[in-house]
Design a protein around this ligand. Structure first.
Ligand SMILES: Nc1ncnc2c1ncn2[C@@H]1O[C@H](COP(=O)(O)OP(=O)(O)O)[C@@H](O)[C@H]1O
Ligand SMILES: [Mg+2]
Length: 361
């Protein structure tokens, strides 16, 4: 699967642009703040139905305009598929082959992003790590995103009830129980998949990390810390009801899970160097790719934002070899064509991006 064409209109600083991509390597070059990452962001949006940079899609519409469009043509085994996002100030509409689609229906496009912001994954709030792992699982486990949506819907309702000031505590006690069955049913599935796949991701992670870091004998792991596990989920739900009424929110379930990056068991955010954190995130991304290949038998689309800032001497060799041998479609951005090592990303198509306009070079 690869993106054959991309059309953008009033998307960020891009008034109108149309790309015919190379099935293999695509390079976007240009000075800072010209719109390179915006192109990457648009491709990512059509795989996840959300931006990796802003939580509110309205930020994606070109300032001063009231609608924006992202459309792509995907080459898939069965032929081709058109995906479109139509963004207006009051709504985000998604379409697949011209028909309205939910974000769940966009999961069939495996895509891995490696951007400078990714290092924040280790430092940010637990929510960012949950979103990351959910994004990955939605691509690899059929039905995962549906379970997640069902879970979130029940959670929203239950929290709304717990916050409702017009409902007495005893009424809350009676009604909150109603939402516990869907939370348990969907929540258990989420937790089980997270346990299974994070463990598989970790097998790859430790191997990639060791190679990139040059056999440091440091064991890199992304540890899963479930708020409730399959054994105690239901029991905790019952136990914490009173506390939940008091705190007006649901305290049990995978919406409160966390993940912790560790090196030899020590949290990398507290004890790791900047370089170790970069190596960790890069290894994590390569692990995702390896798993997609193994499990789906397909190469994900690989978005590599800001090549230069991500690479240093030590990690170059292995990563470049990985890229050179990469069989999937790659999009990479950099400030200059010379930052792409010669002969590695061949053959390729390239564009110069300047003030929201892209010209083939
Ligand atoms: N909604 C928007 N409307 C118009 N311009 C925007 C919008 N959001 C961001 N921009 C502009 O886009 C540019 C950043 O684009 P970006 O793709 O991040 O640049 P880079 O080439 O460095 O990757 C900035 O000039 C920013 O002001
Ligand atoms: Mg950028």
């Amino acid at each position: 699967m690869y993106i054959r064409g991309l059309y953008l209109r009033n998307f960020r600083n891009i008034q109108e642009a149309s790309f015919q991509f190379h099935p293999h390597f695509n390079l976007l070059v240009g000075a800072n703040a010209q719109g390179k990452t915006n192109v990457i962001e648009a491709a990512h949006f059509l795989a996840f139905g959300r931006s990796f940079r802003v939580s509110d899609f309205r930020g994606l519409i070109c300032w001063g305009q009231d609608e924006g469009i992202i459309r792509c043509e995907l080459e898939i085994p069965a032929g081709s598929e058109e995906r479109k996002a139509h963004l207006t100030v009051d709504k985000k509409r998604m379409f697949k082959n011209g028909k309205p689609a939910t974000p769940n229906q966009f999961e069939s496009m495996p895509l891995v992003l490696f951007a400078p912001e990714e290092i924040l994954l280790l430092k940010d709030s637990p929510q960012a790590r949950r979103d990351y792992i959910d994004g990955f699982l939605s691509k690899i486990v059929p039905g995962y995103s549906k379970n997640l949506a069902n879970y979130k819907r029940a959670l929203l309702q239950r929290n709304k009830l717990l916050k409702d000031e017009n409902v007495s505590n005893s009424q809350k006690q009676d009604q909150m129980v109603f939402w516990e069955a869907p939370l348990l049913e969907n929540g258990l599935l989420l937790v089980k998949e997270r346990i299974l796949w994070i463990s598989r991701l970790n097998e790859k992670l430790v191997a990639h990390y060791n190679i990139i870091a040059g056999n440091t004998q440091k064991k890199a792991q992304f540890l899963y810390e479930p708020n409730a596990n399959p054994e105690n989920f239901s029991e905790l739900q019952q136990k914490r009801r009173e506390e939940e009424i008091e705190r007006q929110t649901t305290l049990v379930g995978p919406h409160r899970d966390d993940l912790r990056g560790v090196l030899n068991g020590e949290p990398i955010v507290s004890f790791g160097s900047q370089g170790e954190m970069r190596t960790f995130t890069l290894s994590l991304k390569l692990s995702e790719i390896t798993l997609f290949e193994e499990v789906l038998g397909r190469h994900p689309i690989f978005l590599l934002d800001d090549v230069a800032s991500e690479l240093d001497e030590n990690r170059n060799a292995y990563f470049f070899a990985f890229l050179k041998n990469y069989k999937g479609q790659l999009f990479a951005t950099a400030t200059s064509l010379s930052l792409f090592p010669k002969g590695i990303l061949e053959p390729f198509s390239a564009w110069r991006v300047e003030d929201g306009k892209a010209t083939p070079i």
